[in-house]
Design a protein. Structure first.
Length: 593
């Protein structure tokens, strides 16, 4: 075919267009294969020192809080199982830890659970129900609206003390089995909330909850789930594991995780529960969710053949971090903070620091490294999620809390040769973009690492030129399934307002009305300011305003039909309806129409 003929020109144009089409398809394929970031849109927690909210946890961290106490008598009599000599059979040389209070208190009727079934439920299951509900509320999601949807549940859990404490083998029944099975800890969440996405309990020992977060991210990216609850729980209810770990030389005699210190001699056991709510970033943006931070990448691997089953392996730790960075399409220099596994053992600390040095050695600014285990102890199955929640809070507040118990840096670590700094005071997190890594390594050999970054969307100015006048008053509506529950709700709102100096009353009332479940026991307050609302809440707590029982709870599944009736034959007075027009968008739009 001649080069200058029409057929030749047409063929060349066709070939060029096919090349462009192939390049476009290749680019689209690469885009689809690149893992989508996952947004953290909600959090819930229950930690020692009566920490029940992320806000309380952040204040505790900034203050350099130390949650370690002597083992409470309601767990077991310390003297019966303690001996300073770790070689004494049946005894532990440790008498301290960090413990969640009031784990015996639970409202089964709120979750439609009978008192008998609740009595046979592992308190770990009870905590997961409560904290997961709180995580959904934190994200302003009404739990009932999730029924039947593709919400996944991924829970790290591996201890099962409750069954041994209660000793129910002779009277075992169905409730006994469902109450103690680790799989049901996750399954019950989906059952109670009506969720139909992937649901699983994950046991990789100390890395369980961070592995659960990784699995949740994978499920979202593969569109198995559209929303995911991920976290972990661990409670210390009997002395057996304490004794075993004491005999294995894993526990610190003074009951403190002295991570990266010369005196590091083991960890201290802790307990707690943490749950986060995850959604694909594109979906979170579409739905207008408040994005707390973004998970850019995550990875899981195993130590493989090391010098011992429970001995950490540096090359595997390096590899899990390197692959998480690759999934996030980030270079090591982008990361400015690492929330370390950091148990405070003489063997594990140098291995972990060595692995970090191998990844992050080429830096202009020091890599900040800390461990929440110095505050709370090692929460075992919940260790990874508490480290992740801490890191999300750091990203939000742009500060790095102090790492405790560092008196003399471990001499086995060549600190002068490392690009690493341990923050021992509260400090600003100064970085062009705040990106952190969170590590969690199980004594089973399973390692997990998650890359977290801040979310800074472009601020778009409101183009609307219409003026809106603040409403003269706002309505706060609260509800519960019982009078006692309603009283607790009123008290919770009173405490919340007292703890927050600046609040938007309109947003507070809007959230309570539209982003919370509503039940039969109800109470309403009309206020012009937060101070006035606080006065009314205080009066209610004192018993001046009894609850109103409606007899049934309104449904969130179907919106009620509303109508407004304005009587009269015309304008009854000058300016009638002007305040409604200025303060109520729906009324204004309808009248304009």
């Amino acid at each position: 075919m001649a080069a200058n003929t029409p057929d030749y020109v047409a063929a060349m144009k066709n070939a060029l267009q096919q090349t462009r089409d192939l390049k476009a398809k290749l680019a689209e394929s690469e885009r689809r294969q690149r893992p989508e970031p996952v947004a953290v849109i909600g959090m819930g927690c229950r930690f020692p020192q009566r920490i029940r909210t992320p806000d309380q946890f952040w204040k505790f961290l900034c203050a350099g809080g130390d949650a370690i106490t002597e083992i409470p008598p309601e767990r077991w009599n310390v003297e019966d199982f303690f001996d300073p000599d770790p070689a004494v059979p049946g005894k532990s040389h440790v008498r301290r830890g960090s413990f969640v209070d009031q784990i015996d208190q639970f409202d089964p009727q709120f979750f439609n659970i009978s008192p008998r079934e609740a009595m046979l439920m592992d308190p770990q299951q009870r905590l997961l129900l409560e904290v997961s509900w709180e995580a959904l509320e934190y994200a302003n999601i009404v739990p009932e609206t999730l029924s039947g949807g593709l919400t996944g549940v991924f829970i790290g859990i591996f201890t099962n003390d409750y069954r041994s404490v209660t000793g129910r083998q002779e009277t075992a029944d169905l409730y006994d089995q469902s109450g103690s099975a680790l799989s049901v800890a996750a399954g019950r969440l989906s059952y109670v909330l009506g969720l139909t996405g992937p649901t699983m309990a994950i046991d990789t020992a100390c890395s369980s909850s961070l592995v659960a977060v990784h699995q949740a991210c994978q499920s979202l990216r593969q569109h198995e789930s559209d929303l995911a609850l991920a976290g972990g729980v661990g409670l210390i209810l009997s002395p057996e594991i304490m004794i075993s770990f004491s005999k294995a030389g894993m526990l610190a005699a003074d009951g403190h995780c002295k991570t990266f210190d010369a005196a590091a001699d083991g960890y201290v056991r802790g307990e707690g529960c943490g749950v986060i709510l995850l959604k694909r970033l594109s979906d979170a943006l579409r739905d207008g969710d408040a994005i707390l931070s973004v998970i850019r990448g995550s990875m899981v691997n195993h130590d493989g053949p090391s010098s011992g089953l429970t001995v950490p392996r540096g090359p595997s730790q390096q590899e899990v971090i390197r692959r998480a960075l690759q999934q996030a399409s980030l270079e090591p220099q982008s990361v400015s903070y690492i929330e370390a596994h950091g148990t405070g053992t003489s063997l594990g600390d140098p291995i972990e620091i060595g692995a970090l040095d191998a990844i992050f050695h080429e830096r202009d600014e020091p890599l900040q490294v800390g461990s929440v285990k110095t505050n709370l102890g090692h929460l075992e199955a919940a260790a990874g999620i508490v480290g992740l929640i801490k890191t999300v809070l750091m990203v939000q507040h742009q500060q790095i809390p102090p790492h405790l118990h560092l008196q003399q840096p471990n001499p086995q670590i060549e600190w002068d040769q490392l690009p690493i700094q341990i923050p021992t005071t509260l400090m600003p997190w100064q970085a062009e973009e705040r990106i952190a890594g969170v590590s969690s390594f199980g004594f089973s050999g399973t390692n997990a690492h998650v890359i977290v970054s801040e979310w800074t969307p472009n601020q778009v100015a409101d183009a609307a030129d219409e003026k809106s006048t603040e409403r003269p008053a706002h309505l706060l509506i609260l509800s519960a399934k019982s009078a006692a529950g309603l009283a607790a709700q009123v008290q919770a709102y009173q405490d919340y307002i007292a703890e927050h100096a600046t609040l938007n009353l309109a947003e507070l009332c809007y959230t309570a009305a539209t982003c919370r479940s509503h039940f039969a026991y109800r109470q309403a307050f009309v206020a012009r300011s937060c101070d006035e609302l606080q006065e009314q809440l205080t009066s209610c707590v004192a018993g001046d305003h009894p609850a109103v029982v409606t007899g049934h709870a309104p449904s969130h599944q179907t919106a009620p039909t509303l109508a407004f009736l304005f009587t009269g034959q015309g304008s009854q007075y000058a300016g009638m309806g002007q305040e409604l027009y200025e303060t109520q968008p729906t009324f204004r739009a309808t009248l304009d129409e």
